[in-house]
Design a protein around this ligand. Sequence first.
Ligand SMILES: [Zn+2]
Length: 200
Amino acid sequence: MSAVPSPVGVGVRPARPCPRPGAGWATVCFRGPGRGGGLDTRTTGALWRTPGGHGPALVRVDAVAAGCRHPAACRHPSGRFPCDVHLWVDTGSPALPRLGEHADVLVSRGPLAPASARRRVSGLLARYAGCSTAVVPGPDRGGCLVGVRTRDGGVEHAVLECGGRGPVVPVHLAAAVVHAWVVSGRPLGALCAVSPLPRR
Ligand SMILES: [Zn+2]
């Protein structure tokens, strides 16, 4: 049984261990800690980065309850950066047969070389028609290969830094931020990195 990763950043509490590891609801809020964010507990922080800027994202992971009840969304009104709630499933999880068809995000934990990772995310998006984002760790520590379904039915790929030389954001959290980023209408190609929030 794996635990939800340790917290990073100030004012962010540990996420509680997920009783059903390998799948969950991810709620992503682009309002950072202490800025009136809608997520107050059980969150982990991350930092997104583009060539021209950066900002916080809080991710709350909730277990998938019987009946797949949707978790509560953020309490604040949607603004410039809408928040997102989605279902993610680890492809190595026993939950995959039951939840894979419903997943918005699929995460594969095993690192692959770039060409193989690219084929893997494309294969996952082809196999699971309801899934719009798939992420596979690359061979280098801190890098991920991301695949996002495009409106014309294709797949857009991107390489994302997930920590570089420092602490690495777990792949399911990086995938959550990527998915929320894209569904909010921002271009995947603008996103360079999702890294842990720096400690103050
Ligand atoms: Zn929010």
